[in-house]
Each structure stands twice: as structure tokens, then as C-alpha cells.
Design a protein around this ligand. Structure first.
Ligand code: PLP
Length: 378
């Protein structure tokens, strides 16, 4: 048994033993053939997970580094429309505001995006659009294909954060017209934290800006990536690349379609538990938006505080996430990402259910049973 808490948060997530163990070895030369092969393997295996045939690079730096690389290289000095309905949409807006002439097209966190507002911003000359596909802070999946189509209609670049969808839910970056798509390693890929991967279309290369950042210069990544053996411009976080390759092999072995189906089943089971308990899901949807298939956000019932509720769940060995910023004490979030499955979900839901009872909140029904039925193990 592990002594660590079971991480059922929207990242980081538990890493399979194979992924952990490949990191404990002697250092290797990052300019040599072995590293080049590792990097090439990561790129080859990640492309189908992104749904792209575009160039793809792995950056040493978490998801936010990928976000910053996207905006700073391709949108600096330009008019940018940033769609915001949660914390990470807002983060992309803040990055856009650092580098360009950014407008936030805002909705309340966890509510549908303002697509009319986006159309208006595009009519007013926005040259790039930023979107978070799966808004982790609110548990809502945003309509990437519709946003991509709007961007394309106005010949704007489309930057899509797939940090918590790529590797867990369906992403078709090329079909949706995502010029830039990006992922973080510690989410659905079930690799260690510290890497991001970013795909770049020909359209985006044509629009790369003159004055780029130094460390995250995508032209430098392109130049080093074309070398034989494949390289990164500066010393990469080599052990993390080793682990990422192993995580990608696991995805390839499972098959991306099967992995997506598993993620959908897992999140549906958590939603079934919420319905049985009578606990309200946080997002409000319309015909364009869906519940996230990788993280489920629910309102904390019965006036419990975040500290007492999640503290008691953690005491029982399970780490779930709370709400961020103004959603602290309002919602809690259960991640169903990466390598976890039936056992981890049922254990989590059993602990959450027992914690409700222990803290004096009586669930309407048996959420564990409802989830087990969805998972096909009643
Ligand atoms: N984008 C989304 C949708 C996220 O969920 C996160 C992190 O949770 C990030 C970006 C930022 O990634 P990182 O924390 O790896 O920098």
C-alpha cells in the first residue's frame, strides 16, 4: 500500500509505477542520440493524442509555460480576444494582456462562454482568440470546434489550452482549426509535473512575431527540433522526458479511443453519485457546453466549510480539490484523469459519502451504488 494520499484532484494525478521508475537512472547527454530518440518518441506519440499533424514540441516548464509560449511567440503586439469562464481562461487573458492588446470576453465562472461577444471582438479586428477547452476551475467543457470556426471565419489565430482535456477527452486540434494547442504533463497524460507540449500550425509559423521571448522562443525550439538527433534549445528536464515517453507508451497501449471512453465513464459515474446524493453540479450549461469529462465540480452541501469537508476526506487518505479564488468554500472538485479507474473512484466516493454523514449532511441516496452501476460493477 502507498503511504501517500490518493490524488483524485485535477492534477497532479497518480503516476503508474512504470512512469515513476524510468526516472531513477544515471544522467544522459541531452545532445546525444538517446535523448533525441526519447524526444522523437514523445512527439510521435503525442500527435495523435492532440489530433494534429502539425509540428509539436515538448517544453521544460508546466502548462503555464506552454500558455505563455503560445501567446508571446504568436500574438505579441496583436489584438487578442480571450474567452473567460474560469480561472484558466482568465490566466490566458492575463498573459495576453502582458504581451498584446487583449480584451477579455467574460462570463461568470462555470457558465457558457459569450460566443456573441467573441464574434463582436472578431468583427472589431481581433487577430487571435484564446480558449481553455476544459475549464478545470469550474468543471465545464467549452465548445472548441465552434470557437475555432469563428476564429477561422475572421482569419484569426486560434490558441487552445487543452491542459486538462488532451489525453483524457476527444481533442481534434487540426479539425477544429487550433493553430496552437497545448497540454501539461501532470494531468490526463499521468506523467510528472514540469513539462508542457505545444503544437504549432503552418499558419501560426507564418505569423510568428519578430520580438520573441528568449527561453520560450518557439523559433529556437523549431530549429533545435529539426536537428539530428532531435534537440531542445537549452538543457531540458531530461528525467521528465523519460517519464513522459513512458506515459505516452501507456496511452498508446490503451488506445486513445479506449482512454477517452474510460474518462467519460469515470466522470459520468461521479456525476451519477452527485445526482444520487442530491448534491448540485456547479456548471450551468447550454446546447454548446458540456460537463467536463476529466473533472467534476460540485457545490459543497449543507453549509460545510472547505477546510472541515476536504480535511476530513484527506484524513481518510484521499486528496480532492477545493474551489479556487471566489469559489473557495463554494465548490469541491473530483478529478478523474490519467491512470485511475474503478477502484480509486469507488474508494473516493465512499469516503466523500461517509464524510457527508459524519459531518451531519444526510445524502438523499447511495452515490457509491449509483456510480458502481455506471462503472458496470454493481
Ligand atoms: N490550464 C488549465 C486548464 C489548467 O487546469 C491548468 C492547471 O491546473 C493550467 C492551465 C496551468 O498549468 P500548470 O499548473 O501546469 O502551470
Amino acid at each position: 500500500m502507498e503511504n501517500e494520499p490518493l490524488l483524485m484532484m485535477p492534477g497532479p494525478v497518480p503516476m503508474p509505477e512504470r512512469v515513476r521508475s524510468v526516472m531513477s537512472r544515471q544522467a544522459i547527454n541531452h545532445r546525444g542520440a538517446e535523448f533525441g530518440a526519447i524526444y522523437e518518441d514523445c512527439v510521435r506519440m503525442l500527435k495523435p493524442v492532440f489530433g494534429t499533424q502539425n509540428d509539436l514540441y515538448v517544453l521544460s516548464g508546466s502548462g503555464t509555460a506552454g500558455m505563455e509560449a503560445a501567446v508571446s511567440n504568436f500574438c505579441a503586439g496583436k489584438k487578442i480576444a480571450s474567452l473567460v469562464n474560469g480561472k484558466f481562461g482568465d490566466r490566458l487573458y492575463q498573459i495576453a494582456d502582458c504581451y498584446g492588446d487583449a480584451t477579455a470576453v467574460k462570463s461568470e465562472w462555470g457558465t457558457p462562454l459569450d460566443l456573441e461577444g467573441l464574434a463582436e471582438a472578431l468583427e472589431n479586428g481581433a487577430e487571435a482568440v484564446t480558449l481553455v477547452h476544459n475549464e478545470t476551475s469550474a468543471g465545464i467543457k467549452n465548445p472548441a470546434p465552434e470557437v475555432g470556426a469563428l476564429a477561422r471565419k475572421h482569419d484569426a489565430l486560434f490558441i487552445m489550452d487543452g491542459v486538462t482535456s488532451i489525453g483524457g477527452d476527444l481533442v481534434e486540434a487540426d479539425k477544429w482549426g487550433a493553430d496552437i494547442a497545448l497540454v501539461g504533463s501532470q494531468k490526463c497524460l499521468a506523467a510528472p509535473a514540469g513539462l508542457s507540449a505545444i503544437s504549432v500550425s503552418e499558419r501560426a509559423w507564418d505569423r510568428i512575431v519578430e520580438k520573441r521571448p528568449f527561453y520560450l522562443d518557439m523559433a529556437a525550439y523549431r530549429k533545435s527540433g529539426a536537428k539530428k538527433p532531435m534537440q531542445t534549445p537549452y538543457t531540458p528536464a531530461v528525467p521528465l522526458y523519460l517519464a513522459l515517453r513512458e506515459a505516452c507508451k501507456i496511452i498508446e497501449e490503451e488506445g486513445i479511443e479506449a482512454r477517452i471512453a474510460r474518462h467519460r465513464r469515470m466522470s459520468a459515474s461521479v456525476r451519477a453519485a452527485a445526482a444520487a446524493w442530491g448534491v448540485e453540479l456547479f456548471p450551468t450549461l447550454d446546447e454548446h457546453h458540456e460537463y467536463s469529462n476529466t473533472v467534476t465540480a460540485m457545490k459543497i452541501p449543507g453549509g460545510l466549510t472547505d477546510a472541515e469537508f476536504r480535511g476530513a476526506v484527506l484524513d481518510a487518505g484521499i486528496a480532492i480539490a477545493g474551489g479556487q479564488d471566489h469559489l473557495k468554500n463554494v465548490i469541491f472538485r473530483i478529478g478523474t484523469m490519467g491512470a485511475v479507474g474503478t477502484t480509486e473512484i469507488l474508494a473516493t466516493l465512499a469516503v466523500v459519502q461517509r464524510t457527508f454523514v459524519k459531518l451531519g449532511v444526510k445524502p438523499e441516496g447511495d452515490g457509491v451504488q449509483a456510480a458502481a452501476e455506471v462503472l458496470g460493477c454493481e
